[in-house]
Design a protein around this ligand. Structure first.
Ligand code: URA
Length: 219
C-alpha cells in the first residue's frame, strides 16, 4: 500500500478509536501510535503512562527516553519507525491493564498492525508479547525470533523494567543489536521459509514458529 494510503488509513483508524466510547478507560486521554507509515518495524508497548497521557504521544516519559536511546544506539531514527501500545488510554495510577481492557483494545491493535503491515514486530514487555505469543515468557523468550504469519517477532523487555534492573538493561541492549539485523535478513528468511513450507506444508502449518536463537546464528 502506498505511504499516503497507509497514513490515511491510520488516521481514519485513530479517529474511529478516539470516538469509540465503548472502549474502557475513557477518563484518560487517547494516545494512538506514531511514526512512519512506511516503517518495516513496529514497537508495541503496554499502555500510556502519565507523560504519555499528558502529551498524547506514546513513549515520551522515562521509559520512552530509554527507548529513544536504544533506537539511536543501533543507528535508527525514531521518526523512521512506528511505536504504539495495546491499550491506548492510561490505566489509573499506572496499574497493569485488566484482561478485559486488553481484550477491548485487541481488535483495534490487530487493525493497526494490518494497516501498517510491518515485516518486524518488537513487542515491549509481556502484555504485547502475549498478544502475539500467548504462551511465551519474557524472561525466557526475549531476544528470540519467531514467525507470526509472515512477520518476524522479536519480544523485548519493556524499557521500564530495564530502568529498574541493570541486568535487564544489558539484555535489552543486546536484543536491540539483534533487532537491528532483522530488516536486512527478512527477505532471505522468508524465502527459506517458503521453500520449507512448500516441501513440507504439514510441518509448518502452525503460524508461530521460532526461527533463531542467538545473535551468532543471525550473522
Ligand atoms: N509504557 C508503555 O508501555 N507505553 C508507553 O507509551 C509508555 C510507557
Amino acid at each position: 500500500m502506498p505511504q499516503e494510503n497507509k497514513s490515511k488509513k491510520l488516521e481514519e483508524l485513530k479517529a474511529r478509536m478516539a470516538g469509540d466510547e465503548s472502549l474502557p478507560l475513557q477518563e484518560a486521554n487517547f494516545v494512538f501510535g506514531e511514526g512512519s507509515a512506511q516503517s518495516e518495524v513496529m514497537f508495541i508497548g503496554e499502555a500510556p503512562g502519565a507523560s504519555e497521557d499528558k502529551l498524547g504521544r506514546p513513549f515520551v516519559g522515562r521509559a520512552g527516553k530509554l527507548l529513544d536511546k536504544l533506537i539511536d544506539s543501533i543507528g535508527w531514527k525514531r521518526e523512521d519507525i512506528y511505536i504504539s501500545n495495546i491499550v491506548k488510554r492510561r490505566p489509573p495510577e499506572n496499574r497493569d491493564p485488566f484482561p478485559e481492557e486488553l481484550e477491548a483494545y485487541r481488535p483495534y491493535l490487530t487493525e493497526e498492525i494490518e494497516t501498517l503491515n510491518p515485516k518486524i514486530i518488537a513487542p515491549l514487555g509481556r502484555y504485547s508479547m502475549n498478544y502475539i505469543l500467548p504462551l511465551a515468557k519474557i524472561s525466557n523468550d526475549h531476544g528470540r525470533v519467531f514467525w507470526w504469519g509472515e512477520r518476524l517477532v522479536i519480544p523485548l523487555y519493556h524499557p521500564a523494567a530495564a530502568l529498574r534492573a541493570t541486568n535487564v538493561l544489558r539484555a535489552l541492549e543486546i536484543d536491540f543489536h539483534k533487532l537491528k539485523l532483522l530488516p536486512g535478513k527478512y527477505d532471505e528468511f522468508l524465502a527459506e521459509r517458503r521453500v520449507k513450507q512448500k516441501a513440507n506444508p504439514a510441518e509448518h502449518k502452525d503460524k508461530i514458529e521460532q526461527i533463531q536463537k542467538t545473535v551468532k546464528e543471525l550473522l
